[in-house]
Every structure is written in structure tokens, then in C-alpha cells.
Design a protein around this ligand. Structure first.
Ligand code: NDP
Ligand code: 2IT
Length: 453
């Protein structure tokens, strides 16, 4: 069977056996297509049925989460944990709380996590979980009761050498705290079963900042290779959550100017550069809409989402040198990348998971726009989570500077590995191909070593 037929066969059986999981198919197809040169060079992956195995999670847990709201009414949500692949280490990956969450979304995230975690060079397998619970508009007490109910079931499936969840969209320090507290109450043990913990109770310094910082370090590596740097560059950033905020912060450290941010309701364009203190106050402290930013900075522009021109994201119509999609999947489409290209954007660096549509990626590659693919560019978060696990296991606490320096080294090594792998397969600089092949190869070879499991 030709490699193309092998890939088609896997896609077909995936769609047939797991109907309706659109985002999952998108993530699988992207990886399989880029693996083509490796599969041609190494027939052993076909012989050992690696593709057939790798697209099926080792285990998926789906459960009912029942909790009581402030009015005394019983509420119900669905909880998920997809333990995708443990070939190179215990399952590791975030939890997403957002009304859009379904099994297909958790599976796309879990599948990508396998290769991202492998790329970090650290011993962590791939997983993802979450719930269709919407933390927006809920009181702290409601969020706490939900988190406790969620952890009551999840606790049966995790452990510090088994599966270590963390944050993602809608899950930050507050949610990790409530879940950690509940795990401790149930088990009677103070264990590193989650990462992103508070720094007073087992968390690592720099974990909060790590994904955004890492994404900017990755962009700097890409530019350095071209003899360029971030200094003086104008950047557009989408999102205004954990990843976006610390992307913006690190861009200032690197003497670039971030001029946009966004949330689900709208976007801000501030030509003078986004005011980080105001952004943190609105989003981290008050959990409010970005509309508040324009009230504090009347010179900035606020555009509500419903006013975006048909099928475009207003953030990507702002002229920039570099774009950092850092909100959610499929937030940058073909129209958006054409707008960016027209306005002189030279690099797209993905802080979010799968933020660019397949058509946008095709356009990026065809037009030689520099590209930091998500699995590589946003791996700083999970890498630092593993540093948190290391500190927990050895009962140590490292300084901010020490963790930040390790993070920077890891991002450089992910860049180098992706770059060298792209060269090995005669497509120098195609980091998407390089990252996917490098991430896959280590996991696939480990699966072969471990036999029929
Ligand atoms: P947060 O919940 O902290 O922030 C998410 C941001 O994106 C918010 O501004 C939110 O707006 C916006 N957003 C979420 N969903 C949508 C949507 N459907 N449409 C428009 N805007 C939306 O999440 P993170 O910053 O942690 O995550 C952002 C991205 O980065 C995700 O793709 C995540 O998977 C990825 N990621 C996160 C890592 C981490 O360590 N946290 C690590 C690697 C990747 P609003 O405020 O209105 O909700
Ligand atoms: O997508 C991701 O890499 C994350 N949400 C972070 C996962 C982790 O375990 O820190």
C-alpha cells in the first residue's frame, strides 16, 4: 500500500469509528500529512500499525458532574479525561472548562498534546480533559462546588506517576486550587497530582507565565535564524487570558510592541501598545470584558465581535510584523492570513492550540510566511509543568530565574530539533513538518520498543 493510501485508510476509519469529531479529524489529518516523508523512509511504522494505534486513545473517561448553584438548584455538566498516549511518560495535559467542550475537542487537544509533550524532550505522555461547564458569570462558590464535584470523579483516574492534569481555557489558579483541595480531602495526601498550583502550595515559579513567555522565545528563535529579532517589531495578539497576557508581557521585555488583544466579546487596538497593568486588572482581577479597557484608555479602539466583517477576526486586520494567535482553535482563517500578509506580517507564532485553519496554514507555507506551529511554539507551558512535577518529586523549590532559564533553553532546543528535522526531510525551515515528525518519531519508536500495548 502506498503511503498516501495508508494515510487515507487511517482517516477513513477514524471518521467512521468516531462520528462527528470535526476538530479531532482536523488535528489528525494535519499530523498524518506531514508524516508522509518519514513514513516513506521508515516502513516499520506501517509494519507495527503505529498510525492505527496512535489515533485511538488508550482510555477515555466521560462522567456526569452534578453540583448545586447559589440558588440551591442542581446543575449538571459532562466531564472528560482522555488519556491518549503513555509511551514516553505519565499522561499530562490541561483541563478546559468552556461551554463548547465536547469529546471531539478534548480528543483534538489530547492528540496534539502527545507530540507537543514529546517535543519538549521531557518524559510526559499526552492527555486532555475538561467540561462543558462555563465559569463565566458564576460566583466563586459555584466554581468551587463544580470543581469539587469534577475532582470527586477525576481523582479516581489521576496520580503523580499516572496522570497529571493542569489548566487550559477557563481553568487557571482558582480552579486548580479548588480541585487540589478536593483531591487532598479525598485522598488524605499532599501530592503533585496537578500542575499550575499556587506557589505557596507546591506550584512552580514561572508556570503562570510559561506558555506566553515560551511562545515569544520561540518567535525570537525563528527570527534569529533569519538574522532578525523581535526588537522594534509590532505584534498583534489575540486572546486576553493566561497565554495572551504573558505573551504581551514578554514582548515588551524583548522591546517589541503588542498593539492588540481580544476576548470572546470584542477586541482592543491600542496603537501606543497594550497597557499591561490595565489588562491584568480587567482580566485577572475583575474577570471583566475588554470593553472596560477602552473606558480607561479612550485613545484605544474597541470593536465588538458582532461587528467584525463576515468571516474575519478583526485582530488580524491590524497591520503588524508578527501575529500571535493566543485565544482558541480556528481563530485565524484564510481571509485573516491574506489580510495579515497584505499588511506586511512576516511571522505567525501560535500560542493557542490549532488556531490556524488548514487553508490558512496552506497559505502560510505557500507564501513563505514564517510559522511557529502550536505544538512547538506553545510547548513552554507543559514543559514548565513538568519542571513543577520535578520540583514536587524532589521536594525542591527553584527560583523564578532558574525556571525561566530552563524554559528558554527548552524552547531553543524545540526550535533546533524542529529545524534540524525539517532539514533531514529536505524541507528546510518547514517547522510544522519538522515538529510533527520529531514529536511523532520518539513516541512511535517507544511504542515499538514496548510491544503490543
Ligand atoms: P484563558 O481561559 O486564560 O483565556 C482564553 C482567552 O481566549 C480569553 O480571552 C477568552 O475570552 C478567549 N476565548 C476563548 N474561547 C474563545 C472563543 N471561542 N472565541 C473567542 N475568544 C475566545 O485560556 P488560555 O490563555 O490558557 O488558553 C488560550 C489558548 O492557549 C487555548 O487554545 C489553549 O488551549 C492554549 N494553551 C494554553 C496553555 C496554558 O498553559 N494555559 C498551554 C498551551 C496552549 P473570554 O475572556 O471572553 O472568555
Ligand atoms: O495545551 C497545553 O499544553 C496546556 N494547556 C498545558 C498543559 C499542562 O499540562 O501544563
Amino acid at each position: 500500500m502506498s503511503v498516501q493510501d495508508y494515510i487515507d485508510k487511517i482517516m477513513k476509519s477514524t471518521i467512521q469509528s468516531t462520528p462527528g469529531q470535526t476538530e479531532f479529524y482536523q488535528a489528525v489529518e494535519e499530523v498524518l500529512i506531514t508524516l508522509e516523508p518519514l513514513l516513506k523512509a521508515e516502513p516499520k511504522y506501517d509494519e507495527y500499525n503505529i498510525l492505527e494505534r496512535i489515533v485511538i486513545p488508550e482510555r477515555q473517561i466521560i462522567f456526569r458532574v452534578v453540583w448545586m448553584d447559589d440558588a440551591g438548584k442542581i446543575q449538571t455538566n459532562i466531564g472528560y479525561r482522555v488519556q491518549f498516549n503513555s509511551a514516553i511518560g505519565p499522561y499530562k495535559g490541561g483541563l478546559r472548562f468552556h461551554p463548547s467542550v465536547n469529546l471531539g475537542i478534548i480528543k483534538f487537544l489530547g492528540f496534539e498534546q502527545i507530540f507537543k509533550n514529546s517535543l519538549t524532550g521531557l518524559p510526559i505522555g499526552g492527555a486532555k480533559g475538561g467540561s462543558n461547564f462555563d465559569p463565566k458569570g458564576k460566583s466563586d462558590a459555584e466554581v468551587m462546588r463544580f470543581c469539587q464535584a469534577f475532582m470527586t470523579e477525576l481523582s479516581k483516574h489521576i496520580g503523580e506517576t499516572r496522570d497529571v492534569p493542569a489548566g487550559d481555557i477557563g481553568v487557571g489558579g482558582r480552579e486548580i486550587g479548588y480541585m487540589f483541595g478536593q483531591y487532598k480531602r479525598l485522598s488524605g495526601k499532599f501530592e503533585g497530582i496537578l500542575t499550575g498550583k499556587g506557589v505557596n502550595w507546591g506550584g512552580s515559579l514561572t508556570r503562570t507565565e510559561a506558555t506566553g513567555f515560551g511562545s515569544v522565545y520561540f518567535a525570537e528563535n525563528i527570527l534569529n535564524k533569519q538574522g532578525d529579532s523581535l526588537k522594534g517589531k509590532i505584534a498583534t495578539v489575540s486572546g486576553s487570558g493566561n497565554v495572551a497576557i504573558y505573551t504581551i508581557q514578554k514582548l515588551y521585555d524583548m522591546e517589541a510592541k503588542p498593539v492588540t488583544c481580544s476576548d470572546s466579546r470584542g477586541m482592543i487596538y491600542d496603537e501606543n501598545g497594550i497597557d499591561l497593568d490595565t489588562l491584568k486588572l480587567i482580566k485577572e482581577v475583575h474577570r471583566n470584558s475588554l470593553e472596560e479597557y477602552a473606558k480607561i484608555h479612550p485613545e484605544s479602539t474597541y470593536i465588538p465581535t458582532h461587528k467584525y466583517p463576515e468571516n474575519t477576526n478583526a485582530v488580524w486586520s491590524v497591520p503588524c510584523d508578527i501575529a500571535f494567535p493566543s485565544a482558541t482553535q480556528n481563530e485565524l482563517n484564510l481571509n485573516d492570513i491574506k489580510n495579515l500578509h497584505k499588511n506586511g506580517c512576516i511571522l505567525v507564532c501560535e500560542g493557542a492550540n490549532m488556531p490556524s485553519t488548514p487553508e490558512a496554514i496552506e497559505y502560510i507555507l505557500e507564501n513563505n510566511i514564517l510559522y511557529g506551529p502550536a505544538k512547538a511554539a506553545n510547548a513552554g507551558g507543559v514543559a514548565t509543568s513538568q519542571l513543577e512535577m520535578s520540583q514536587n518529586a524532589s521536594m525542591q523549590k527553584w527560583s523564578f530565574a532558574e525556571v525561566d532559564s530552563k524554559l528558554r533553553t527548552i524552547m531553543k532546543s524545540i526550535f533546533d530539533l524542529s529545524y534540524e528535522t525539517s532539514k533531514e526531510f529536505d524541507d528546510e525551515g518547514n517547522l510544522m513538518m519538522g515538529a510533527n515528525i520529531a514529536g511523532f518519531r520518539k513516541v512511535a519508536d517507544s511504542m515499538i520498543d514496548q510491544g503490543a500495548v
